[in-house]
Design a binder for this molecule. Structure first.
Ligand SMILES: [Zn+2]
Ligand SMILES: [Zn+2]
Ligand SMILES: [Zn+2]
Ligand SMILES: [Zn+2]
Length: 306
């Protein structure tokens, strides 16, 4: 079979019309795949502008069903709804006829997870990888240590942290189920805890806000099933007053942010905390159990009813 210069052959009409596109993961398959002989690989090598597979109206990846007007303009189903079935290009009705050939093309294009270069081997038909990316275990995480530029897959980050930051004053460990003091310097505003050696990293931060100190607790981990899932209980005591805050599931973040949190923070008012150099919090972190089997049972029930 003759290799075509696909870039030239396919970037005609359709792609020139929408070049103000969303940021796009490039089809890295082509640069990275080295396997030869595998049919899927060979096919995904035939490259063309993947923007052709995006809805020309909203620029999101096309997924089935895809509709066309009598003039052959296409749009995704959510755009058809928003446009009240009026083609944005020619004003003819759109939404009655499916564009079957485009649906087949979209299904036939297999793209790797955007994290394939970090080790994820999952592959998806076009557009489906976006949902996966949100819960991919290979999403990059950033070292929470101020001024450290390290990024890596979560496991490597945990090892990196233990190997590189253990000797600094900052290294503190936590043991699941045990309450322990967690003192945050109100100047540094960050305290990093690690479960044993190279275990998950939990970051406490405090924010000076007009109403008082906001305290947040996050785990540095991708939102992948079974990774870094904890609950926590936080308290602050001053004299006779004790304030507590608990969250059934700790939020997972890939990178420390210094933007004022909008939710999931504990507010310690200034009349209680005063102007102290240390915010002496007490924290108890617990690991959450997996809950995978429940879902499987539910799907069986549905099948029986039909
Ligand atoms: Zn659309
Ligand atoms: Zn049209
Ligand atoms: Zn992935
Ligand atoms: Zn680091």
């Amino acid at each position: 079979m003759k290799e075509m210069n696909a870039e030239q052959d396919f970037t005609g009409e359709a792609s020139t019309s929408h070049h103000q596109k969303r940021q796009r993961r490039l089809p890295s398959t082509v640069e990275e795949e080295e396997k030869v002989g595998d049919v899927t690989e060979a096919r995904s090598r035939t490259m063309f502008d993947l923007d052709l597979l995006d809805c020309p109206v909203c620029f999101h990846a096309l997924t089935n069903p895809i509709f066309q007007c009598d003039n052959g303009h296409i749009a995704c189903s959510s755009c058809c709804l928003k446009l009240r079935s009026k083609c944005p290009a020619c004003a003819l009705p759109i939404g009655n006829y499916r564009c079957r050939i485009m649906e087949r093309v979209v299904e036939a294009i297999i793209v790797p997870c955007p994290n394939s270069k970090h080790g994820c081997t999952e592959k998806f038909s076009y557009g489906k990888e976006i949902a996966h990316e949100k819960e991919c275990g290979f999403a990059l995480c950033y070292c929470p240590t101020p001024n450290c530029k390290y990024t890596g897959v979560y496991r490597e980050l945990y090892s990196h942290y233990y190997a590189n930051h253990k000797d600094e004053d900052l290294w503190n460990c936590f043991v699941c189920g045990r309450s322990s003091g967690a003192w945050i310097s109100t100047r540094e505003k960050i305290l990093i805890l690690q479960e044993s050696s190279d275990g998950p990293l939990v970051v406490l931060q405090c924010f000076n806000e007009p109403q008082g100190m906001y305290v947040t607790v996050n785990c540095i981990a991708p939102s992948a099933p079974g990774v870094g899932r904890f609950s926590y209980h936080l308290s602050y005591t001053d004299g006779d007053a004790t304030m507590t805050f608990a969250l059934e599931e700790m939020n997972r973040i890939q990178k420390v942010s210094w933007e004022t949190p909008e939710k999931d923070f504990m507010l310690v008012p200034y009349y209680i905390v005063g102007q102290k150099a240390w915010l002496k919090m007490v924290i108890c972190i617990r690991r959450l159990e997996e809950e995978k089997e429940v879902e499987e049972d539910e799907s069986e029930d549905e099948a029986e009813e039909e």
